[in-house]
Design a protein around this ligand. Structure first.
Ligand code: SAM
Length: 366
């Protein structure tokens, strides 16, 4: 399959409607949130207990995905502003002591960090180690999968929006499909299972890749999840009417496969279906059309050490400052609790006053 002309969603369009980030530093609570009750857990003011920490280890990425990297491709953070491996492990240790049981390393592209195996090993060596997962574009995973598995990595999610080389190049700006596929095969061979594949579909772009992606995933025993395009960067301003909804994807899949819903979603962002009675599974992450904020137990730490309790929020709590001034565990725990406590009830994409965060997904960490 080849693509004759670039689809409209690859065109660039400028419209700055993002909201500035409010940084909260210790003692300067710009949000004027009530202080959280001292608690052994990371609990927000709506009672949601947080067990999932996503850590962006770098904002650098070899790909320039149309829906992720903004038009004004931001300069990468200065290296001195990136958390060191030791700072990441320390932040994770304190979070684990506060009840976090799952840690996902992401970015940017986490494989861009040469010390990623050390970060994984450091987390795996904690007294009560969490489950460790990685989200990656797969480029370079062929060389690293076994080493990461030995270091303690448990699972991997690889982003793959198409299995067509020309389309891959159009979407990501790079001719690297073969490298991504080699990474997926290496992850499977290294036992980093279940390998999950993440796809973002865009209308008039790769939406008709849905079926070939399912075929690809089923043939490798991977679980494919379709993520709705969210207002988090990209070359064009996000519009709700330019969304391939989860329901539209499911309709497309039902034309070929029998889908049986799987119960027991828990805190997972994905609703999952057995394909033709199994064992193959597909999922949809309908963050826009069927939000799951009420069950959200996720907290994010950006590569420059800022805590974000909501992917779409504009408030960040500074953890890097306290880490670098040698704050003790109690103070770090306070910052973590404060960030979670200030979490909004929902992402508010459908609210009239919604403005997307000024930091794109590539900087926040997906
Ligand atoms: N570089 C890694 C990768 O490619 O998976 C990790 C970072 S990437 C930001 C994490 C995930 O966010 C990817 O699965 C990507 O498809 C998804 N993503 C990025 N921008 C998005 C957007 N605007 N809407 C929905 N998903 C997005």
């Amino acid at each position: 399959m080849s693509v004759a002309a670039a689809p409209a969603w690859l065109d660039e369009e400028r419209l700055d409607e993002s909201a500035p980030v409010v940084r909260v530093r210790q003692g300067l609570d710009a949000t004027r949130q009530a202080r959280p009750q001292p608690s052994a857990q990371l609990v927000d003011s709506f009672g949601r207990v947080h067990r999932d920490l996503r850590v962006s280890v770098t904002d650098r990425c070899p790909l320039r995905c149309a829906y992720c990297v903004p038009l004004d491709d931001p300069r990468p953070l200065p290296r001195r502003d990136l958390m060191t491996a030791g700072e990441i492990v320390k932040a994770v240790r304190v979070a684990v002591e506060l009840g976090v049981t799952r840690v996902r390393l992401t970015g940017g592209e986490p494989l861009q960090r040469p010390d990623l195996p050390d970060i994984v090993a450091g987390i795996a060596a904690l007294p009560s180690p969490p489950q460790i997962a990685l989200t990656t574009c797969g480029i370079g995973l062929d060389r690293l999968a076994r080493r990461l598995a030995r270091a303690g990595l448990g699972r991997v999610n690889v982003s793959l929006d198409t299995v067509d080389r020309d389309r891959f190049k159009l979407i990501t700006g790079r001719d690297r499909l073969a490298d991504a596929l080699a990474g997926i095969d290496a992850a499977c061979a290294a036992g980093l299972r279940p390998v999950k594949l993440n796809a973002v579909l865009l209308p008039g772009g790769n939406e008709d890749d849905a079926l070939s992606l399912v075929e690809f995933a089923l043939a490798r025993g991977c679980e494919l999840r379709f993520i709705e395009y969210m207002p988090l960067g990209g070359r064009r301003p996000w519009r709700r009417d330019q969304l391939v909804t989860a329901d539209a994807v499911l309709d497309r899949l039902r034309a070929r496969y029998r889908l049986t819903p799987l119960p027991g979603r828990g805190h997972s962002p994905a609703a999952r279906w057995l394909v033709d009675g199994g064992p193959g599974v597909v999922g949809v992450i309908a963050a826009v059309t069927h939000p799951f904020c009420g069950d959200c137990d996720r907290l994010r730490l950006t590569a420059d050490g800022q805590l974000r309790s909501c992917l779409f929020g504009n408030v960040e709590h500074d953890l890097l400052g306290p880490l670098r001034r040698g704050a003790d565990d109690a103070e770090l725990a306070d910052v973590l609790r404060g960030s979670v406590w200030a979490k909004p009830p929902g992402h508010g994409i459908d609210q009239p006053g919604f403005h997307p965060p000024s930091r794109p997904m590539s900087a926040i960490g997906g």
